[in-house]
Design a protein around this ligand. Structure first.
Ligand code: CA
Length: 233
């Protein structure tokens, strides 16, 4: 599994390269847009990790090139709280982004989930563990502290839509699109708010201070990637 890493900060680049290689990935390190373009043209890669500010241009250019090369998945490394860049990146088809400084564990988990989502990695997992909440996607069953949680079809679909993209911020319109076909009545923006609230009441320890389903102001909702645990056995 080959990852193209475009990052001109040597300390970050070398640290990341080391950690990715330790996880078994092969890393093609590029320090500029030009090098990135050359690498994309030369060899197939499974994923691109792109810094935004490169000496001869921006990571957006490489994202465009990656998408043109068979839709290679892209994760942007952004400066923290740079919402404009995040929105622009996601609009360009980026699969995820992570704000610097990031925790390595979170980055690796994002890499895995983007690869999984893009079908470049399949582990056939049907059990999803989020702290004391467990979702069995084969049985369509949700438990909290070992007790069954009863979700309506719509609530369950909403949850699945978020579980499918660990750590990815889903806009309200993306979530609405994801539940459209099970929605019996017309679902509008306000009803989405109501369904998120119900999901939180059923799943969160403290629905007033949600831990699982986080609101990202002005952008949408997300379930943080680092909450996803490994099921035992
Ligand atoms: Ca940079």
């Amino acid at each position: 599994m080959k990852i193209l890493l475009a990052e001109d900060d040597r300390t970050i680049a070398e640290g990341l390269q080391y950690s990715l290689e330790a996880e078994g990935y092969e890393v093609v390190l590029c320090g500029s847009v030009r090098e990135g373009r050359e690498a994309l043209a030369q060899e197939p890669v499974s994923l691109c990790l792109l810094d935004l500010g490169l000496p001869d241009g921006s990571g957006f250019e490489l994202c465009r090139a990656a998408k043109a090369h068979g839709g290679v998945p892209v994760i942007f490394l952004t400066a923290c709280d740079d919402e404009t860049s995040v929105v622009m990146g996601l609009d360009m088809g980026a699969d995820d982004y992570i704000a610097k400084p990031f925790r390595l564990r979170e980055l690796l988990s994002r890499v895995r989930s983007v690869l999984r989502r893009s079908g470049r990695l399949s582990d056939g997992k049907s059990q999803i563990v989020l702290g004391n909440v467990r979702v069995d996607t084969l049985a369509a069953k949700v438990t909290k502290d070992g007790r069954d949680v009863f979700l309506t079809a719509l609530e369950y679909r909403l949850l699945l839509a978020m579980l499918a993209s660990p750590g990815k911020v889903l806009s309200r319109s993306q979530l609405l699109a994801g539940i459209w076909d099970v929605a019996e009545d017309f679902v509008n923006d306000n009803t989405l708010t109501v369904y998120i609230k119900r999901l939180r009441e059923k799943l969160e320890d403290n629905p007033q201070a949600p831990f699982l389903i986080r609101t990202v102001r002005g952008l949408g909702y997300t379930i943080p990637a680092d909450l996803f645990g490994e099921p035992e056995e």
